[in-house]
Design a protein around this ligand. Structure first.
Ligand code: PHE
Length: 339
């Protein structure tokens, strides 16, 4: 082959590669030009027949041709040379895009459902848009109660509102079932709270309700306490203790607020628990007879307890999340730490 012939072959090969339309065409051109029996190795082998004085220039031209063919093949997505393909380590792991993680609120809700399932509670559901009766009246909340105010509750007209608590699901569960009733209801709730590090206008609660026949299975405050203590240990770990403080809710009597010992300082007092050693996580109490009356249960025959947990509260203390807004911001710097 002369230098002129080489230049013609070179131009033809590059044109051919440029017009290759798919990976198999690229691969057959790779074999054709730089494969073991390809034309470029053949030209290199035949260099000994090139006149001595032309050999340096010819050698340079062949090397240039080979380099151009390789980079043209590579630009087309082909491998650079036959040797490189063989060298590829097929045992290397594939590209790993990483698994997503469950959101802390979903985790708390799912873990709670699993814990209460062991105690015989099923999961009930209710709508986020409620009526006045289910959210307030049947829960023995008088018309003048501040929670009914327009500045505290999102109302749509006179009778519809965004539920301010999951307690209306108690009413729905009792109206559609005869005792025994043993349900929890996780869900979204809304209040006209100004959003700050610990408050959000929408948040989640887990309601619980157990009602049974007083004559055969009287439900007591002691039952409530043991169930919540069991839940606390399962959720937060063995060393957590539960405290009941007297409180008032219109729909329970007596009513309590429920605190867990602070998981950070184990009750000694720290910044997280504002030096008290305790963190408030729930409201609870014995179902008020007036609530039973509203749902058509005979309060002489039945007794029960109810409780309502703050899901964000539990997630924040369990996972050490200092700002409630992080839970809703979809910021990957936060979310990617949860795997
Ligand atoms: N619904 C109450 C709240 O949002 C909590 C609660 C539930 C209290 C059930 C007693 C019984 O604060």
């Amino acid at each position: 082959m002369t230098l002129a012939e080489l230049e013609i072959a070179q131009a033809a090969s590059l044109k051919e590669i440029a017009s290759a339309s798919d990976a198999s065409a690229v691969e057959s051109l790779r074999v054709k030009y730089i494969g073991r029996n390809g034309s470029i190795p053949a030209v290199i082998k035949a260099m000994k027949d090139v006149p001595k004085e032309e050999r340096p220039a010819f050698g340079k031209a062949v090397q240039l041709w080979k380099a151009q063919v390789e980079s043209a093949l590579q630009a087309k997505g082909g491998s650079q040379s036959a040797e490189k393909t063989v060298e590829a380590d097929l045992t290397l792991p594939g590209r790993w895009w990483g698994l997503g993680a469950k959101h802390p609120l979903s985790r708390v809700i799912e873990d709670s459902a699993a814990i209460f399932a062991k105690l015989g509670f099923t999961v009930a559901d209710g709508p986020e848009i409620e009526n006045r009766f289910n959210n307030f009246t049947a829960l023995n909340t008088p018309a003048h109660h501040p929670s009914m105010d327009r500045s505290d509750t999102f109302w749509f007209g006179e009778d519809s509102l965004l539920r301010t608590q999951t307690s209306p699901v108690q009413i729905r569960a009792m109206m559609s079932n005869k005792p025994p009733v043993r349900v929890i209801c996780p869900g979204r709730t809304y209040r006209r709270d100004t959003t700050d590090a610990t408050h959000s206008a929408n948040f989640h609660q887990i309601e619980g309700l157990y009602v049974d026949e007083t004559a055969t299975k009287p439900v007591s405050l002691a039952d409530l306490k043991s169930v919540l203590a069991y839940f606390a240990r399962e959720m937060m770990g063995e060393c957590v203790t539960v405290r009941f403080r007297p409180h008032f809710f219109p729909f329970t009597e007596p009513s309590v607020e429920v605190d867990f010992t602070c998981h950070v300082c184990k009750g000694k007092g720290c910044n997280v628990c504002k030096q008290s050693g305790w963190i408030e996580v729930a409201g609870a109490g014995m179902v008020d007879p007036r609530v039973f009356k509203h749902v058509g249960y005979d309060s002489e025959k039945y007794s029960g307890y109810a409780f309502g947990f703050g899901v964000e509260r539990i997630a924040m203390i369990k996972y050490g999340i200092p700002d409630i807004r992080w839970l809703y911001e979809n910021d990957l710097r936060f979310l990617s730490q949860l795997g």
